[in-house]
Design a protein around this ligand. Structure first.
Ligand SMILES: NC(=O)c1ccc[n+]([C@@H]2O[C@H](COP(=O)([O-])OP(=O)(O)OC[C@H]3O[C@@H](n4cnc5c(N)ncnc54)[C@H](O)[C@@H]3O)[C@@H](O)[C@H]2O)c1
Length: 363
């Protein structure tokens, strides 16, 4: 069996993706790149890579023998690194979100079309086990038409905005909370089989840290109108004092509703939620409690290696299948922009005082 040769850039978060891909029988890890030589050396040893396959310079890394690149660097590098990898003839699996500007998103779309290479955005939350279970309920029509959905991703990461020891600003310092909306929008739009056409936003200012950067907006709220006429509301904060962090989804259909819980019950991100189906339950008994696990209980043991339940195991397999079959990956470049751009537009709208703005379509 010919193996696909993988190169990774950005080894902190990238470490989880490295582990997921390393367990794939058809993948061989051949090159690593990071500015931090300690992470580079350590991971190089884990995979028995010679020094000449460890790079601190991305352009040099692209001269390595690799078939695809996994990009897990800070978001401001995604567009440049994605485009360079595609233009050098490599397929790309890029962390979310795709980029920080609509112009960069458009450049990525054009480069994918020009090169014909596979591009997938690594939106792992779409692969949570409970999201896939809900997808099957929705596809069977048991919830009816979804007309409204909500998502909340409240994750206090102040230490990732400012280094607590040195006081140095880190890359997330200037990341507006709603820019990072793919963990909410990705699963919701997947379940609704829909896309956003208009967005607005509002934020509550900086009550917690009045003198800091955009990343310290206490709470940003995005409101969205979809192509099928449904509505979506998203809450995002990276500084609000709430522990543990939570990601929460709720979908209202013409025949019922489904939601996960806001508090973990067991395992990573697993909660107890509710499901109400008008045709299958009585009003008196009301919604029934449902387990919302991030891990697929039937997945093989190695599926838990990547992190975030078993989501990454299944996500990287879809990416490799797309390369092998030369097919469109589930989160292809157009879908990546459907999950990325509404957050950029909602923030712009919030800064303009809450006006409604159109969301461009790259389909
Ligand atoms: N999907 C998820 O669940 C999830 C979780 C965390 C982070 N992320 C995403 O992963 C990416 C990285 O996040 P992180 O938390 O690991 O950030 P981080 O700042 O902790 O780590 C980034 C790594 O990239 C390296 N790096 C930075 N610039 C580089 C460059 N130009 N060339 C080579 N290496 C470079 C740094 O040295 C560091 O090791 C981001 O896109 C983030 O949005 C996704």
């Amino acid at each position: 069996m010919t193996k696909l040769r993988a190169g990774f850039v950005g080894l902190r978060r990238g470490g989880g993706l490295v582990r997921s891909l390393a367990s794939h029988p058809q993948v061989e890890i051949t090159a690593l790149c990071d500015l931090d030589t300690d992470s580079l050396g350590k991971m190089g040893q884990d995979f028995n890579l010679p020094d000449e396959r460890l790079y601190t310079n991305y352009d040099d890394f692209l001269s390595a023998p690799i078939d695809f690149v996994v990009i897990a660097t800070p978001i401001e590098h995604h567009a440049t690194q994605t485009i360079a990898a595609l233009e050098s003839g490599r397929h790309v699996l890029c962390e979310q979100t795709a980029a920080y500007s609509i112009a960069d998103c458009e450049r990525i779309v054009n480069t994918v079309r020009k090169t014909g290479k596979v591009y997938m955005m690594a939106e792992n939350y779409c692969y949570f086990h409970y999201i896939r279970e809900w997808q099957s309920i929705i596809q069977q029509g048991r919830l009816g038409k979804i007309f409204h959905a909500e998502g909340e991703y409240i994750h206090e990461i102040r230490k990732l905005l400012i280094d607590p020891e040195t006081g140095q600003h880190r890359w997330r310092y200037t990341r507006a909370p709603i820019w990072y909306c793919a963990h909410c929008l990705g699963p919701l739009l997947t379940l609704m089989d829909d896309r956003i056409i208009k967005a607005t936003g509002v934020h509550s200012g900086k009550n917690i840290f009045p003198n800091e950067g955009l990343g310290f907006l206490d709470m940003e709220v995005g409101l969205f109108q979809t192509e099928k006429g449904s509505t979506i509301k998203i809450l995002r904060s990276q500084v609000a004092p709430r522990h543990p962090e939570m990601v929460w989804y709720s979908l209202y259909g013409t025949k019922g509703f489904v939601e996960n819980g806001r508090h973990r019950t067991h395992g990573y991100g697993s909660t107890e939620g509710y499901l109400y189906l008008e045709d299958e339950m009585t009003e008196q008994e009301g919604a029934k409690k449902i387990d919302c696990p991030t891990s697929d209980p039937n997945a093989p043991e190695e599926a838990r290696k990547g992190g975030h339940g078993t989501s990454e195991f299944f996500m990287v397999r879809d990416f490799i299948d797309s390369i092998n079959q030369n097919s469109k990956p589930p989160i292809d470049v157009v879908r990546a922009m459907d999950f990325t751009i509404p957050g950029l537009v909602a923030h712009e709208a919030a800064m303009q005082g809450g006006t409604w703005l159109d969301v461009p379509n790259f389909a």
